[in-house]
Design a protein around this ligand. Structure first.
Ligand code: DOR
Length: 441
């Protein structure tokens, strides 16, 4: 059932200026219509949010939801259930599905699948291949062009400068890069061949490999003043490069994993800690944090990339890279805020407001009249461990299992509909396709 009006009462509401208001929010036809200390009107439904904090829903700008083609790992329904439980009300999904999302037809197929089964709002990247299909510049709606400069097997890999140059020189839509230097990785894979310790992953795909590719992407973006987004920054060196040289038309992101986990994780969770780009040192964690706090890094993405436990149990290097994240990202960051490392307002900026701005997603990312009612009510008073049994992601594991977190969602609203409520999903709720407007140019 689609509610026409909903009133949230007695919430601690995060306002656009970063201050909190103790009060009510009235939602009508999926939009926020009033935010006030006390609203006289009644709604078709009221939620008593006493003791809860209301934040804009998370927009996760980098996920791999595996449908079509890899549904044994995840699918758009299970992933969107995990999103709703984690307070993620919109996601931007990557093209390394089967078939690859490189054509309008493949994009349309994903959009249709998402419309049929996604509890939250959705947007998709189009993938660049060496074939330079015209769809790269024309397919719509897309949040941007995804280029894997490294760490990719198959036709999505684009690791040669002349081809990259051609892509950067044509059109003006956002280019998002996975920046790792494939030639360096291949050479180092040979050097370390035979080593099955998963910790060697961070040595093979080292900081220099990430820096080389980030430098190249930045150079091409500067050459054409092309809107560039650098995905999952992982090294201190890249953060320093961004601090020194990032132009106004470039944005970058970091994952909670690269902020909160480091190479120590291999000893504890083995190949579950394996991802691309790899986990780095505690020093990298710290420099990335500072860059985020200073506004050098614009926002946070999870790079949710589920693989089954059976796949992950294969010995390195046959174990696939990637870890799930949409269910834990908001509590992880809010727990950091409660520990004093940042503010709750910063978490909302990094996980919602700044993402909406960077991708030109209208009417999202703030709690204010006229904005879409994509909202999350979180409980910042209690702590609970991350537990495998409670996870909605099909892969059913998390690199953060056992971590005591606060800030878990109690209610998640998507376009004014209650998609998640006190431990229960409403699987009849459907999100909408996101719109994208050109930004920062
Ligand atoms: O670790 C990763 N896994 N990084 C990526 O960029 C791709 C992802 C995947 O699709 O498994």
């Amino acid at each position: 059932m689609t509610l026409t009006s909903l009133l949230i009462r007695h919430a601690r509401i995060l306002q656009p200026d970063g201050n909190f208001l103790q009060g009510d929010v009235l939602i009508q036809a999926g939009k926020i219509v009033e935010v006030a200390a006390a609203i006289g009107a009644t709604g078709d439904r009221e939620i008593d949010a006493t003791g809860l904090t209301l934040l804009p829903g998370v927009i996760d700008p980098q996920v791999h939801f595996r449908e079509p083609g890899l549904e044994h790992k995840e699918d758009l329904f299970t992933a969107s259930c995990a999103c709703a439980k984690g307070g993620v009300t919109s996601f931007l999904e990557m093209p390394n599905t089967r078939p690859l999302t490189t054509t309008q037809a493949a994009l349309d197929d994903k959009l249709q699948r998402a419309a049929a089964k996604c509890l939250v709002n959705y947007g998709f990247f189009i993938g660049a291949t060496a074939e330079m299909l015209p769809d790269l510049l024309e397919a719509t709606p897309v949040c941007g062009i995804k280029i894997f400069m490294g760490s990719m097997h198959g036709p999505l890999l684009i690791d040669e400068e002349p081809l990259l140059d051609r892509i950067f020189s044509r059109g003006d839509r956002l280019i998002a890069v996975h920046a790792e230097d494939q030639a360096r990785i291949l050479q180092r894979r040979q050097e370390y061949a035979g080593n099955t310790d998963p910790a060697i992953h961070s040595v093979i795909q080292d900081n220099q490999a990430a820096l080389n590719a980030t430098q190249l992407a930045l150079k091409l973006s500067q050459k054409y003043q092309r809107r560039l987004h650098i995905l999952h920054l992982s090294t201190a060196e890249e953060a320093e490069l961004m601090r020194q040289q990032k132009p106004a038309w470039v944005t970058c992101e970091v994952t909670p994993q690269h902020l909160l986990l480091n190479t120590d994780a291999y000893a504890k969770i083995g190949t579950l800690a394996q991802m691309n780009p790899p986990l780095r040192s505690p020093h990298d964690n710290q420099v990335l944090w500072q860059a985020l706090l200073d506004g050098v890094i614009d926002f946070i993405a999870t790079d949710h990339a589920p693989h089954t436990l059976e796949e992950k149990a294969q010995p390195y290097p046959n174990s696939p890279s990637g870890m799930p994240g949409v269910e834990t990202s908001l509590p992880l960051m809010l727990t950091q805020a409660m520990a004093g490392r940042c503010t709750i307002a910063q978490v909302a900026q990094w996980m919602s407001t700044n993402v909406a701005k960077a991708y030109g997603i209208p009417n999202k990312g703030l709690i204010a009249p006229g904005y879409d009612a994509d909202l999350v009510l979180v409980d910042l008073a209690t702590y609970q461990p991350v537990q495998r049994e409670a996870l909605q992601t099909k892969c059913r594991w998390s690199p953060f299992e056992g971590w005591e977190l606060t800030g878990y969602p109690v209610y998640t609203l998507v376009g004014g509909q209650v998609a998640y409520e006190q431990g229960k999903l409403n699987t009849t709720v459907r999100g909408q396709a996101l719109c994208f407007q050109p930004t920062l140019r």
